[in-house]
Design a protein. Sequence first.
Length: 140
Amino acid sequence: MKFYEIRALGELGRVEEMIAAFAAWQPQLRGRDLDLCRLMVLAFAGRHAGARALLQQRLGLVRPERAAYWSFVAANSAGVADGSRDALARHARECDDEAFRRAAERHLAAPLPAAAPTWSPASAAAIAEIERAVGRSRAG
């Protein structure tokens, strides 16, 4: 499924490739799959405001530990230190899901980037389109 391929590219740090894959596959994605892929792109691209908006609006039923995970990935990718670190660390300690715990610990161990990421024009355009779509979903 495309969802897993997009996530794998992000987790591997191949964010430009992830964004390109999302842009190519977006017309085939619908509903929750589309929203989850948008979340992953925004999170790994460091667009924490957009990621949080998706989590609060269209993805409001995502389990708390998953919401904490994506909030932290977005904040950390943007180089922003916020309360999401503490929330994710707490969920990682309390979770019985070993794969989730390891993924959370891997992200928690990663340092904040020295600078905000920069994107190719195509990636920047794809991110902007996702942010417009998220903004429209909040307004509508």
